[in-house]
Design a protein around this ligand. Sequence first.
Ligand SMILES: [Cu+2]
Length: 334
Amino acid sequence: MKSAVAAALALATMAQAHYTFPYYITPAGDVTDEWQYVRETANHYSNAPVTDVNSTAIACYQLTTGDEGAETGTVAAGDVVGLQLDTAISHPGPLAWYMAAAPSGETASTMNGSSTDVEWFKIAQDTAGVSSSGLTWPSEGLSQVNVTIPSCLASGDYLLRVEHIALHSAEEVGGAQFYLSCTQLTVTGSGDFTPTSDETCNFPGCYTGYEAGIVIDLYYPVPTTYTNPGPTPITCGADSGSTAAASSAVAVTSAATTSAATAATTSAAAVASSSVATTLATSATVASSSETAVAVAAAATASSSAVSSAAAAAATQSTGTSSCSKRRRRSQKN
Ligand SMILES: [Cu+2]
């Protein structure tokens, strides 16, 4: 299998292809100011991703702990909120949403997302569509993403964490790029949902970095399945016994509040694949991951010019912030 792969990587756009999620969109559809409700992230200027899942940056990607000057928005459980990007999601990969309640005595403003007493649970995710030519991603190209705050959620203060995992360079451990931010919210309503321990995890801690959905070669061999990393999204029906449809809790991103006509089709596609997503996410088995070995072989057989451009790319990467150079694989069938 290794000999079947000859790889080349080309360096394309750098920082421009990265992205941030600085603009919170209220349930009324108002796009708020940059970092007004979202804690300002350390990549505010570079837009560079988090690549170390064991770093505290994987929680909220802040420069320092604290609220970074953000305000706290108020939403009702069941409301749809969103985030607008600085640019757009320009890489392939899954989008997920997590929430965590403020620990006792703390608020959305004071809580530290990377603290071990902050229990994150996933409220929604999308996943790959599978086609003969490879995986397709509902969020790719979107400049705005939305999520439903679960209708059964208990009232109180929360952080809402959006996360897009870019997988274009993910064939090596540490190659996946995490784009994320945390929004401060006060949730109102009469729900009583609290997640069970197997539905929660800590950041860092939710990922090992070795999951089949984090270390994956999107290009060769072409994947025929995808397994989202992290916990399964919560469902309101299961824990609250309420009649709230499980599907509403898992309702995923769409471009619903975008006014362009194209939004409708994007949205429809996102919703369509999200239902597939949930099934896939819960039923998919762990994919074989010899990707790392393949990647190593690929690097070894890359042409010298490719190697030098790779070296150039590597040289411009600071630790933990891998570039977003797009890799293009040329695969040769044996
Ligand atoms: Cu990028």
